[in-house]
Design a protein around this ligand. Structure first.
Ligand code: PMM
Length: 286
């Protein structure tokens, strides 16, 4: 696959002239960063529209928490949470992404108007996911993943985190393409916080250029994650709560945009919308 020039485009999605902003709507009672706040369907739809008004280019709707240690929801419950929100936001003209590891949820979300399937397992959790995405012709986020939330902290073992994440993502991309998904529709994501400790996350952010060498647009999802809590608190101190990590998140958004990320996934959109515009202006002046 060829090396990426610019930030790249994803077949089937709009093009933006800067790093895109993906706003997060977690329709869950237990997400680590905003758990419970948008659990009700009406509140979730309103939140999605508010994110667009604040500058989100896409809205990522998820019904299953992936925080470390979280247990899984059943499929019927995930569908109940996600589908009405996806349908309504898509009807309002929003570019909707669905954050799911389940093929049935992806399939029904695309039928309800979702434009992008964001699977944190990169197609590993559900054997039907890749065939479903291929048949739907949907763009697909392939994230670096080593296992479900219950066990992922014990899998955070690397000799060279950047090289191993790149190699494992390349293997997943090959599998996804072999399964019939067009390479032009793939987005890659280092999966910050998934089977990674704070030092691993920082190394990946420092080496986004090596991830971009995979030749596909890059999504960076650092929003409110533990490594930012560690950075802000310093050695040995208690990290600030997730909702006090938005300024730090915006700093990562600016750095990611400047490093050529295609999109950043964030809970608080306004500061990141500014950050990506500043990064574009700096790029234009370079
Ligand atoms: N992180 C979370 C959820 N979905 N999707 C992608 N592509 N990349 C990520 O790193 C990612 C994700 C973590 O959960 P949150 O929504 O509570 O932040």
């Amino acid at each position: 696959m060829s090396t990426l020039r610019g930030r790249g485009t994803v077949q089937g999605l709009p093009e933006w002239d800067r790093c895109a902003v993906m706003g997060v709507v977690n329709v869950t009672p237990d997400s680590f960063s905003d758990g419970g706040r948008w659990f009700d369907t009406t509140a979730a739809i309103k939140h999605g529209l508010d994110l667009v008004a604040a500058g989100a280019d896409l809205v990522d709707v998820g019904g299953e928490s992936t925080r470390p240690g979280a247990s899984r929801v059943d499929e019927a419950e995930e569908l109940r949470r996600v589908i009405p929100v996806v349908r309504e936001l898509a009807q309002e003209g929003v570019t909707v992404s669905v954050d799911t590891m389940r093929a049935r949820v992806a399939e029904q979300s695309v039928a309800a108007g979702a434009a992008l399937v964001n699977d944190v397992s990169g197609g590993l959790a559900d054997p039907d996911m890749i065939p479903v995405v291929a048949a739907a012709g949907a763009p697909f986020v392939v994230m670096h993943w080593r296992g479900f939330s219950e066990s992922m902290n014990s899998r955070a073992v690397y000799e060279d985190v950047v090289a191993e994440v790149v190699a494992e993502l390349r293997t997943r991309m090959d599998a996804v393409v072999a399964g019939g998904v067009a390479p032009e529709r793939i987005v890659v994501d280092p999966g910050l916080g998934f089977a990674k400790d704070a030092a691993h996350d920082l190394s990946l952010v420092a080496h986004l250029d090596e991830l971009r060498a995979l030749g596909r647009p890059l999504l960076v999802a650092a929003s409110r994650k533990r490594f930012l809590g560690h950075v802000l608190a310093g050695e040995g101190a208690a990290p600030p709560p997730a909702r006090e990590r938005d300024a730090a998140t915006a700093a990562i958004s600016a750095l990611s945009a400047r490093a050529g990320a295609w999109a950043v996934r964030v809970h608080e959109v306004r500061a990141t919308a500014d950050a990506v515009r500043v990064a574009r202006a700096v790029e234009g002046a370079a």
